[in-house]
Design a binder for this molecule. Structure first.
Ligand SMILES: [Mn+2]
Length: 288
């Protein structure tokens, strides 16, 4: 944990402790956006989310819980070497490993969606019966994208091959290739465009097993989350995403991330405000 304590942070998320001592949840920013297929900028996501967090209440009106009662530490951003994908992924995995070995729960802020892959790898080592609940507009099941196997379009494919695809639940998906759709039908649990209608079945299937939740903010309709690299029309509302999180509050959540927030496209910081509120509620739900 000393390594995380030494990380420099100019700003920590609302309510964070100043040191990792006694924290049960650790937030780490992974400002990486080197493999994106359209417009970059999610490297500024963690900073954008922290910035707006001071516009939120510590108290969740709906959960009736407050961040004051959550022992968590926002370690700041990893200093990923820009352009070096493999080294960056290794650093993210190492950070996740440190958190898990210390008996704490990791929350990662992207960055592009590929950052979930090294985190899921580390969490899976700790919890071999891990399931993943994946909120996204995109299937992210490609084997390679423009010749690269490590891409934000391949991340869930990697996870599915590691965990077994039937342990992957994909919600809100409304974009992908014909091959991805066929592969998903055979190998994962993909609920096309559906989120809240599909969740009761997913929650029942996961049961008490450890679960990792990954939220690509583009699962929301661009009307609710314009600040992202590859917006996709026809998504859910921020209300539906909040309700979904509340529905999962009794699950055994052992890791969590929010990815693909790109503040430079974020009119009125709308997307960062949604992501920040989701993060606050996730902290409150994971505080067990
Ligand atoms: Mn996506």
């Amino acid at each position: 944990m000393d390594r995380l304590a030494e990380m420099t942070a100019t700003l920590r998320f609302l309510g964070s402790q100043e040191t990792p001592e006694g924290a049960k949840i650790i937030i780490v920013g992974a400002p990486m956006d080197f493999t994106v297929s359209y417009r970059p900028g999610s490297r500024f996501g963690p900073e954008g989310i922290r910035n707006i967090s001071y516009g939120l209440e510590e108290f969740s009106f709906e959960l009736e819980k407050t961040l004051d009662d959550v022992r968590f530490f926002d370690a700041g951003d990893l200093e990923v070497p820009y352009g070096n994908v493999q080294r960056s992924l290794d650093m993210i995995e190492e950070a996740a490993e440190i958190i898990l070995k210390a008996g704490k729960k990791p929350i990662f802020l992207g960055g592009e969606h590929l950052i979930s892959w090294p985190v899921i790898k580390a969490v899976h080592r700790q919890y071999p019966d891990l399931s993943v609940i994946h909120f996204d507009a995109h299937a992210d099941l490609r084997e390679e994208y423009w010749g690269e196997t490590n891409s934000h379009a391949t991340v869930i494919g990697h996870a599915a091959r590691l965990l077994g695809g039937k342990n992957i639940y994909q919600l809100g998906i409304r974009s992908g290739s014909v091959e991805e759709l066929a592969w998903a039908r055979e190998n994962t649990n993909l609920y096309r465009a559906k989120v809240i209608e599909a969740l009761p079945e997913v929650i029942e299937a996961v049961g008490n097993r450890p679960v990792y939740i990954t939220i690509d903010i583009d699962v929301l309709d661009p009307a609710f989350a314009p600040g992202t690299g590859t917006p996709e029309a026809g998504g859910i509302s921020s209300r539906e995403m909040m309700e979904s999180l509340y529905m999962m509050k009794d699950l055994n959540i052992v890791g969590f991330d929010i990815v693909e927030v790109a503040p430079d496209y974020d009119i009125g910081k709308t997307t960062a405000f949604v992501a920040g509120k989701l993060l606050r509620e996730a902290l409150l739900i994971m505080n067990k």
